[in-house]
Each structure stands twice: as structure tokens, then as C-alpha cells.
Design a protein around this ligand. Sequence first.
Ligand SMILES: Nc1nc2c(c(=O)[nH]1)N[C@H]1C(S)=C(S)[C@@H](COP(=O)(O)O)O[C@H]1N2
Ligand SMILES: [Mo]
Length: 551
Amino acid sequence: MTTPTTLEVDPGPPPTDESPTPASRTAAAIAGALGAALALSIGEVAAAFNDNVTSLVTAIGEFIIDITPGDLIAESINTIGGLQKPLLLGGITIVSLAIGAWLGVKGRLQPSVVLAGFAFFGLVGALAASRSQLTSAGAAWAVALLAAAAGAVVTLVLLGVSKRPAGAPTGALVPGTPLTQAADRRRFLTFSGAAVGTAAVWGASRVGGTSAAERAREEILTQTAASSTTVPGAEAAPSTPLPSGEFDTVSGITSHLTPISPEDEFYLIDTALSKPQVDPSTWNLSIDGMVDTPISYTYDELLQRDMVTREVTLSCVSNPIGGNLVGNAQWRGIPLSELFEEAGIQDPTNLESQIFMRSVDGFTCGFPTPLAYDGRTAMLALEMNGEPLPINHGFPARIVVAGLYGYVSATKWIEQISITEWDGVDGFWIPRGWSKEGPVKTQSRIDVPRTGSRVDAGPVTVAGIAWSPTIGIDRVELSFDQGESWQLAELANTENDEAWVQWKYDWTATPGEYLVGVRATDKSGFTQSPIPVAPAPNGAEGYHVSRIVVS
Ligand SMILES: Nc1nc2c(c(=O)[nH]1)N[C@H]1C(S)=C(S)[C@@H](COP(=O)(O)O)O[C@H]1N2
Ligand SMILES: [Mo]
């Protein structure tokens, strides 16, 4: 007799008893967020070490700016560029990490969700990055797909090691019973390893590399410094004449020339989320359109030429009354009319044509051609305050036109100028609600005492600046009685009509609370109007007022 053992069915233990259960939701969320963090970090590193790659976060930010309706960004980006960009980039990062966490949680039971999710975001990143004018499409795809793959792999591996052995208590990251301690330690180490790795990759992106643009600019800076000190008895290059006409006794007044070093105090406005790093050895500027011989110049060719130095006040159309989106610098460069002559411009007087410009990052703008010929400064600038243009202000070359707001004229990182039909094409800001023509309005500003100040009764100097390029400032007046009467301020200099002028007024202050108003009259006889007008669509109007308490 044999026991029919072969007939016995051995069902084995139920599979659910011995195979590990999925990671806890917390662990899964962390796994997904870490995967996303790693993916974003790879984009940052790629951008930091390669001038021709835009980071994924930046690319998505630029995409969002582009698809945002014009009237929404017209009021914002041009005005608060400084604050808005970190908010946008921070927001994109947080949303990406949140989506990663969500993919992690979903992926506990369905790993394919992780793969599909990261693949989708890789695709979005690649499309956004390949739209960027600064990134080659091939590089964009390579970086985005590598980032997505790394993110997915890290998430899946972390989900794998976070699986809990059968019977383990929930909460895999919480130290468990003695039986699961070894597994907990392994999971803990893996998670920390992934977190540290992601942080290291991100950290590497902060260190970055020096761009070819920065290296080239540094080289020119040291060359200029060397040549002006090693030749005994040689006159210093005339590129940095002393600022003309400045009150040296008024503390707190805006300096006549806005410093760009050691601290850059010149305002900064552009649509570029990361500043174009232009290598001047491969850059050139082309001039085409309604010219007989389209022409192009290398940086070296431009540097060899005779240049002019002009002091011009540049301002942003978004500058509110009393605002500081305005600066005054000495620009050195080549008059546009000279370059246009070499290109054989067909009709400099043609009001139906415009000087239309494009920068390496795709920004565009234009102004009527005859304005480059009416005697005002209209130049291709290579230097600012005696230094090669700072990267942020358009290295290697930008346009400066006196009397026009920056958004219609002052193209930074310029690479192309086309003489073209005025009606044929609009610059970047025009379809976004700003006027096609942008002459600078006459403005004045009180620098000291700042609004809200308390001062002692007795002599108080009220001082500030006023500008009306290219017309010039004739007089500045102050009112201490809500416009009943006006007192004439003293002007520091009225020689250069394209630059702002410092003004001051010696006030004998008596106790009380004052709303001190300022108004300027330009040399055409026009006096600023008291009626407030918003910056959009063609520049702010109204009196700047400083509230001062005298005790
Ligand atoms: N390439 C590029 N050039 C640009 C812009 C820009 O967005 N991109 N903004 C313009 C605007 S709106 C202004 S006010 C000036 C500001 O120049 P700044 O940043 O050197 O002060 O640059 C102009 N040139
Ligand atoms: Mo601007």
C-alpha cells in the first residue's frame, strides 16, 4: 500500500502571504518626488555646463510666458521681471515635484504609470526646450529624455526597495520590529543615497561653468586695463570721461552715472529667463532688408573701428512715476548710420520703413528709420561706462537710441538688423498691448528725502533727477502746498539733453506734514501734467510726490 502522495495537491502558501506588499504611500511619494528632483537637476546641470542648452525648468517657464495672454503679461513681466521670474521658476519646480510624488503613489501598484508619467514629462520638457532659441533641438531632446529616464529609473528602484516584507507593519520608513530592522536600514540607506545624489547633482549645477561669453569679456577687460597702465605717459583711453555736472554735496541723490561695477545698479529688464551667453568669437551682426549690399560684422571687426562715446539715459516704458527702471550710462559704440551706409541703405528718410532688430534669444523690436538720422544718438553699443557690455546688459553688443523706450529700441544680445516695412512686422511687445512707437516721456523724481521720511526743522535739501531725452530739461520745480505755488530747483547740468539731470532745492523746513511734489519742464516748453497715467501702453505720467514729516 502506498500513500497516494502524488494525488495530494499542494497549494503552497497563498502568494499574498510571502511576496512583499507595496511601499507605503509616504515612501512612494518621496520616491516619485526624488525621481522628479533628479530629472530637473539633470536639466540644470546640462544648462550650467553647456551654453547651448536651456534648463528644463527655464524652458517650461519661457513656454508659459509665451502662451500667457498678452494683456496678462504686459502688466507684469515687463514691470516686475525681478520678482516674477523666481516665482515662476519656483512654482514650476514645486509642481513638478508634486506630480512626481503623485506618480510615485500611483506607481506602487502599477509601475507602468511611473514609466508613462516620466515619458510624458520628458516629452513636454523636450518640446519646451526645443522651442527655445538658445537650445539646439537635438540637445533639447537628449537632455529631456535622459532626465526623464533617470527620474523613472530612480523612482522605480526606490519603490522596489521600499516594498515591505510580508507581515511587516505599515509605514516602511518607520523603524519596525526587530524582524524588519535590517530591511528598514537598507531602505533608509537607499533613500538617503538617492536624496544625497540628487542634491549633489543639483549642487553641481549651481557651481556651473564659466561661459565662453564671461571668459571673453574678462579677457577684454584685463587687456584694456593692461594697455592703459603699461604705456607710461599715455593718456587714459577717452572712453571714460568724468561724469559731467554732478552735485557732490547732496547725500542720497542718484549718482549722475549709474554704476555697473563692482555692483550693477543699472536696472535690468528682459524676457530671457536665463541670460544669453554669447561667445563673441562665433557671433556676428548682420544688416539686411532694404539695403543694396547686405553685410555682416564680427565682434573683432567692430572692435577695430572708430567709436563714439555718448552719455544716454535709458528707461523702461514700464517705469512708474518715481520708479527706478531708468539709468544713465556712458555708451561707446558705432553710429547706426555708419553701418547702414556701408550696407547701402536705400532710403534713410523713409517713414514707412523701420529698423527692425532681433536678438539671439528671439526678442524683437523696431523704430522708424529716420530716427537714426535726426541727430540723436543711435548706436550699436559695445561698451558701458568704459567696460565691455556686461552680459546682463547685452554682451557683446546692443542698440542704444536716445529718446526711445527700451522696448522699441534697446535690443540686447543683438544679432540682426533688417530695414523693413513699418507695417510689415511688429516687435515682441506690440501684440502684447504696448504702443508701436515709444518716445520717452518727460519725467522727474524726488530721491531725498524719501517718501515717509522724518526730518528736523531747518535747512533740508530736497533733490532728485529729471530727464527728457532728446529734448533736455529746462527747469524743475517743487511744490510744498499741493500745487498752489512752485519753487524753482537748481540744475546740476543742462549740457547734454540725452542724459538725465540732477536737481536740488534748499528748503527751510518748518514743522508740519508735507506732500512735496516735483514737475519738470523740457526745452520744448512742455510741462509734466499732474494727471496720473499708468505705464501701459506708452509710459507713465503724473507728478512724483514725497510725503515728508518735519518736526
Ligand atoms: N534681447 C532683449 N533685449 C531687450 C529686451 C529684451 O527683453 N530682450 N528688453 C528691452 C527693454 S523692455 C528694456 S527697458 C531694455 C532694458 O535694458 P537693460 O536691461 O540693460 O536696462 O532692454 C531692451 N532690450
Ligand atoms: Mo522696457
